[in-house]
Design a protein around this ligand. Structure first.
Ligand SMILES: [Mn+2]
Length: 333
């Protein structure tokens, strides 16, 4: 497939405490690389497996006039994931499904490739965990989920941890990393399906008045980072609950610039203020327990601006928290 390459077999490496005691295993000992488009692959038949897919793209960030660097994040985040403990039942499997690259084609073509890969993962019964790449990952990821889950009476809502709304119009510069949720809006409007979007961690100083007006005019709820800071994480549950009641399926995305740069220095657009990772993990676990999340990703990590792997490490911990809670729910632990 265009813009797709499986991950090489020597990526997942690290310390080995034991070759046969599973309780001493780390993720790198449990990950299996697969070629998503190998015709001999059969759908996973066990209880729960995730598929990890990297999105090695800076294109959307460049169109958005941001600083490139996120295309190396999938490699950086995989490295951090490698050493995580295998804190799960052995029935749980992790497949590395490779990467979407930007070798040929425009952003739209790359997003199409991404959406095909996501749909293929769902056909193979692999739960999508995607590693961005710029936030242009969202339109491709969503499109792949939408194709599989959106029907006349099933919608696919979006929850986005982000300092930015990322729903700017794209009639002047075309789609970018800052327009994904407007493209998702248009996709739903064009198909007569419901649009549900909840951004969490919005900063007043990082979005124009026009974007707040767009949210208000379209009844799009949002949670400001400062409201979580001032009123505590439980103060968000009312807004989140009312959103959760309206959505059948959820695409969950985390933009690393939703966090303060104290926690996430290695991002495309650093934020002096921002969310505390502990609060984000609390909210993520809360949403996981609805059982409605159908795909998860983390975007905008930029290793070239990182300090001592702080941000790739944070990304891996967010993924670990998400996956661990998913496993707890799926295996009823
Ligand atoms: Mn974003």
């Amino acid at each position: 497939m265009k813009n797709y390459k499986p991950e090489s077999k020597d990526t997942w490496t690290g310390r080995i405490d034991s070759y046969d005691d599973f309780s001493a295993f780390r993720w790198h000992q449990w990950v299996e690389e697969i070629d998503l488009f190998d015709e001999n692959i059969k759908p996973f038949e066990g209880k729960f497996a995730i598929g990890i897919l990297g999105f090695e793209s800076d294109i959307g960030i460049q169109i958005n006039k941001g600083r490139a660097g996120a295309s190396t994040a999938p490699a950086g985040i995989r490295k951090s994931l490698s050493s995580l403990p295998c804190n799960f039942p052995q029935e749980f499997k992790i497949y590395d499904c490779g990467n979407i690259t930007t070798e040929s084609g425009s952003l739209r073509e790359v997003q199409t490739s991404l959406s095909i890969a996501v749909s293929r993962m769902i056909d193979l019964n692999l739960y999508p965990i995607l590693l961005g790449g710029g936030h242009e990952i969202s339109y491709g990821h969503y499109l792949g989920l939408y194709r599989k889950y959106a029907t006349k009476d099933q919608n696919v809502g979006v929850i986005n941890f982000d300092a930015h709304f990322d729903f700017r119009p794209y009639d002047i510069d075309g789609p970018s990393s800052g327009t994904g949720f407007r493209q998702i809006y248009d996709l739903n409007i064009d198909n007569g399906t419901e649009y549900h979007y909840l951004p969490i961690g919005i900063q007043r100083h990082s979005n124009t008045v026009s974007l707040f007006n767009f949210a208000d005019d379209n009844n799009i709820p949002y949670i400001l980072a400062k409201d979580i800071r001032n009123n505590g994480v439980t103060s968000t549950f009312e807004t989140i609950n009312s959103f959760l009641r309206k959505v059948d399926n959820i695409y969950l995305t985390v933009d690393a610039d939703g966090f303060s740069s104290a926690f996430a220095p290695g991002v495309s657009a650093p934020q002096p203020l921002g969310l505390d990772p502990e609060d984000v993990i609390t909210i993520i676990k809360y949403i996981v327990n609805t059982g409605k999340i159908v795909g998860f990703d983390i975007a905008e990590v930029s290793p070239r601006y990182d300090h001592d792997n702080t941000t790739t490490s944070l990304a891996s911990i967010i993924i670990y928290a998400f996956v661990t809670e998913m496993i707890r729910k799926r295996f009823e632990l």
